[in-house]
Design a protein around this ligand. Sequence first.
Ligand SMILES: Cc1cc2nc3c(=O)[nH]c(=O)nc-3n(C[C@H](O)[C@H](O)[C@H](O)COP(=O)(O)OP(=O)(O)OC[C@H]3O[C@@H](n4cnc5c(N)ncnc54)[C@H](O)[C@@H]3O)c2cc1C
Length: 490
Amino acid sequence: MAHVLVVGAGIGGLASAARLAHAGHQVTLIEQRDQLGGRVGQLERDGFRFDTGPTLLMMLDPLEKLFRDLHRRLEDYLQPVLLTPSYRVFYADGTRFDSSPCIASMVREIAQKMSPDEVPGYLRLMADLSAMLHEVVPAFVRRNYRSVADLLGAKQISLLLKHHLLANLYRRIARYARDPRLRMLFTFQTMYLGLSPLEAPWVYAILTYMESGEGVWFPRGGMYQLVRALETVVREEGVQIRTGERVEEVLIDAGRAKGVCLASGEKVNGDLVVLNVDVPTAYNKLLPPTKQARRRWRNSCSALVLCIGYERRLPTLLHHNVHFSGDFERNLQEIFVHQVIPEEPSFYTCLSARTEPSDAPEGCENLYVLIPVPNRSGEDVSVHKEEVIDKVFSRLEREAGLRREGVRFVESLAPAEWEAMGLWQGAAFGLSHHFFQSTCFRPSNRAPFDGVYFVGASTVPGNGIPMVLISAELLQQRIEQEVVAPRGKG
Ligand SMILES: Cc1cc2nc3c(=O)[nH]c(=O)nc-3n(C[C@H](O)[C@H](O)[C@H](O)COP(=O)(O)OP(=O)(O)OC[C@H]3O[C@@H](n4cnc5c(N)ncnc54)[C@H](O)[C@@H]3O)c2cc1C
């Protein structure tokens, strides 16, 4: 078996280190920061605890599969709780809508808040998306592509036509929902990938189903418990973990990986190098020059995240809340096309203490706000940060009774912080998911050097915790095919 160096301890790095060690490889995991988890981070201050990146756990299947493959039971390491309702939506016209995976609650809410005429469309949408999800994931998502030909197989073509996978998401949703508020509700999920619903293909409606059909989960103790669970498994599997050590270069000899060089100058030898580093960053900063480094990558948008210690209660907010801009389409154009700071931003709020009371002191709220903003190739949000915070606070004054004197502190993460974590152009959600950066067109998990591989959000299949966990499955398959099987034959 090989000595594998995994560079980066995001979810992709942790899951692949666990898988490869379980398969018998000797694994060393090298992380530049002191905290494991990458974008799945946490902040503790003055008795408040915040998850600083992901807050919604969806599609549990890849997580359950990881633990099954490692001969463990997920429930021994993590206790996910299903949230009902999933979240509350605040529309600019004053409508409050509670979105739920429970069909009965949704039917009631749609009939009362929108119109009874919209109910059949919702039911058709869930049925169509359920069928689509279950066919699309094995055919397009859970697979390693060798070439474009893999996308053009008879099965793939028939699914493309059957489910209209490449139709425009925002236009097609009109077949199911007439009310523009419902169209926003059923399409905004592509923003989890940093992709505009206006330009996303219909296939990304599977995100809507993951959320509205399968529901939103929250691990007891917070999202960071996911990192703790994976760290426990990784240590049980005997992986050596080195934190606070930045890899400066992947060492290549005669086209083959032979190790990495750390910022300290130390050289660490290994047979295989798995990079959990954002792919454009890896090609431009860690690997010898290749044509991939010169490729004009399209990146996702970024995010301004605020972690606010608030000394009162915000009773109208639930655990998760979405606050839509009064002009949603303009808001999307500003972020994705004009790349400017939105005039009237849509944003998301999270109060995890609703489910985990120890996340905030008694009578207080741990208010997390995520505002989608351009990445660093567009207007710089840090220059306008106070203005943006002011707009968010004004809206929360109206919708949640926020009083500014209750704000004890505001900590923020802007695109510059995401860039420091290794994300190209500070794009919080990594490489964009438009057609030519998806499926076989997305960077492969195999670099053009023997023994160098990728895992994580910017390789196949894509961004988000479930996809990143699948990327670790695909990486393991790739290494088994290319490294383990040929050696066995030899
Ligand atoms: C604000 C925000 C909210 C999100 N919300 C959700 C959500 O609710 N649900 C969801 O499913 N997903 C969400 N996501 C997406 C999710 O966080 C990511 O898809 C996932 O965490 C990415 O994991 P990864 O393994 O690709 O790598 P990352 O998390 O990017 O980790 C990469 C690691 O590599 C390390 N590294 C980089 N360069 C080096 C180097 N040279 N040497 C050593 N180490 C290095 C970094 O420090 C980092 O720890 C969100 C993302 C953000 C930013």
